[in-house]
Design a protein. Structure first.
Length: 118
C-alpha cells in the first residue's frame, strides 16, 4: 500500500555529512508517521529518528545534535541530514512509515548503506 525508496547513502570520512532521502508512493493520502532506523553488522536494528505527521521529532541519544529528520509533505519525502558522522554510524539505514492511527511502522524501504571511515 505504501512503497518507500531510500537514496543518498555512501562512503564518507569521519566528520563528513550525508543526507538520506526516502520517497513514499502509493497510499500516501493518509497521515503517515515516518522514521529512520539502522542496522549495523551483528547488531539489532535501532531507531535513529522519527517524525510525526505534524512534524514532532524524536532522536536516539546516539545521534542527538548531529542528525536532523525532516519531511516535505508536498513531495511525500522524508530526509535524514547526518552531520559529524562517526565510524559507529556505519550501518544500513532503513526508512519506515506507519499510519498515524496505528502504533506500528508497517512499511519499510530496502535500505541504503552508510559507511564512515576513520
Amino acid at each position: 500500500q505504501v512503497q518507500l525508496v531510500e537514496s543518498g547513502g555512501g562512503l564518507v570520512q569521519a566528520g563528513a555529512s550525508l543526507r538520506l532521502s526516502c520517497a513514499a508512493s502509493g497510499r500516501t493520502s493518509g497521515s503517515l508517521r515516518m522514521a529512520w532506523s539502522r542496522q549495523a553488522p551483528g547488531k539489532q536494528r535501532e531507531l535513529v529518528a522519527r517524525i510525526s505527521s505534524g512534524g514532532i521529532t524524536y532522536y536516539a541519544d546516539s545521534v542527538k545534535g548531529r542528525f536532523t529528520i525532516s519531511r516535505d509533505n508536498a513531495k511525500n519525502t522524508v530526509y535524514l541530514q547526518m552531520d559529524s558522522l562517526k565510524p559507529e554510524d556505519t550501518a544500513v539505514y532503513y526508512c519506515a512509515a506507519g499510519f498515524s492511527y496505528k502504533s506500528t511502522y508497517d512499511y519499510w524501504g530496502q535500505g541504503t548503506q552508510v559507511t564512515v571511515s576513520s
